[in-house]
Design a protein around this ligand. Structure first.
Ligand SMILES: CN(C)C(=N)NCCC[C@H](N)C(=O)O
Length: 288
């Protein structure tokens, strides 16, 4: 099994993550809290209360976890394509796989990475939702002192299964949308590249950026539900499942709830995924 795809997936994911984390914090807050009037209001309040550091809350853990999550996603995707089409990454430019194979491999990568992503994503969302400024003498400490304290507290207060809160919604979000992600990327690369050649850097950037936007646009409704289910344990609010969370969110806030964070998700998705795909392609060409 070729391992370069796993390593390239890790490095490219980490680069994209640092670039996108401030957008991600604003998105999570808009999706789970009702105190903000919009993106601008959330950015201003976060900056005033928590300084620039507020936008980077909960980032250390994803940086560590992206090593596992993105390498599993890209590694499983590429190795599934290898199993389906008997072509390596380098051979696929001359013999492009069918879109059905790309979709199937993307869905497989998305499905498998959920098992690694679920606990890391839960901890990230809990930490991003802590709006207290950095600890000052005399002020009450935030509920979670950091990622490890957060993981231990969740295990103690909600049981070890609590670490997988929202995992069903995450699986429903990621399995089909990662199929769409890789199909969009492949399709756009092929449109802008003469047959048999490797796509240029500009093609990879644009195709990666749009693959991010399209897949996140489709993923946003389940992303909202996933984030709410992840926060539910903390608020001692229990949803009976994904459908119950959907129904109760729509009842209270209308259908618009499914599009919370769509703009910021799309704004984040372009640079993050442009950089992710560019570094992934370059690392593999460099090693190939
Ligand atoms: C729509 N979904 C779930 C995705 N496209 N997932 C792939 C993640 C790529 C990148 N790390 C990101 O966070 O955008």
């Amino acid at each position: 099994m070729p391992v370069e795809e796993f390593v390239a997936g890790w490095i490219s994911g980490a680069l994209g993550l640092v670039l996108g984390h401030p957008f991600d914090t604003v998105k999570v807050r808009l999706q789970t809290q009702t105190t903000y009037r919009g993106i601008f209001d959330c950015v201003v309040k976060t900056y005033r209360h928590e300084s620039l550091l507020g936008f980077f809350k909960g980032m250390s853990f994803p940086i560590a976890s992206i090593a596992v999550v993105n390498s599993v996603l890209f590694g499983v995707y590429s190795n599934t394509l290898l199993a389906l089409t008997a072509t390596s990454h380098q051979e696929r430019r001359a013999q492009p796989p069918s879109y059905a194979h790309v979709f199937l491999a993307g869905c497989t990568g998305g499905f498998v990475q959920v098992y690694c992503l679920a606990p890391f994503d839960l901890i990230k969302v809990r930490l991003q939702n802590q709006t207290e400024p950095r600890a000052r003498p005399g002020s009450p400490p935030p509920r979670y002192r950091g990622p490890v304290h957060c993981a231990v507290s969740i295990c103690q207060e909600e049981g070890p299964r609590g670490l997988f809160r929202g995992a069903w919604a995450l699986m429903l979000r990621d399995t089909p949308t990662l199929g769409i992600y890789f199909v969009t990327y492949e399709w756009l690369c092929r449109q802008s590249t003469p047959e048999g050649q490797s796509p240029s850097s500009a093609s990879v950037l644009v195709a990666g950026g749009f693959a991010g936007i399209v897949s996140w646009a489709v993923a946003t409704p389940l992303d909202v539900i996933k984030s709410r289910m992840q926060m539910a344990g903390l608020k001692h609010r229990v949803y009976r499942g994904v459908l119950d969370c959907m129904a109760s969110s729509v009842r209270q806030e209308g259908l618009g709830v499914f599009f919370r964070g769509l703009t910021i998700n799309s704004a984040r998705a372009f640079p993050v995924n442009a950089v992710t795909f560019l570094s992934y392609e370059y690392l593999l060409r460099w090693w190939g």
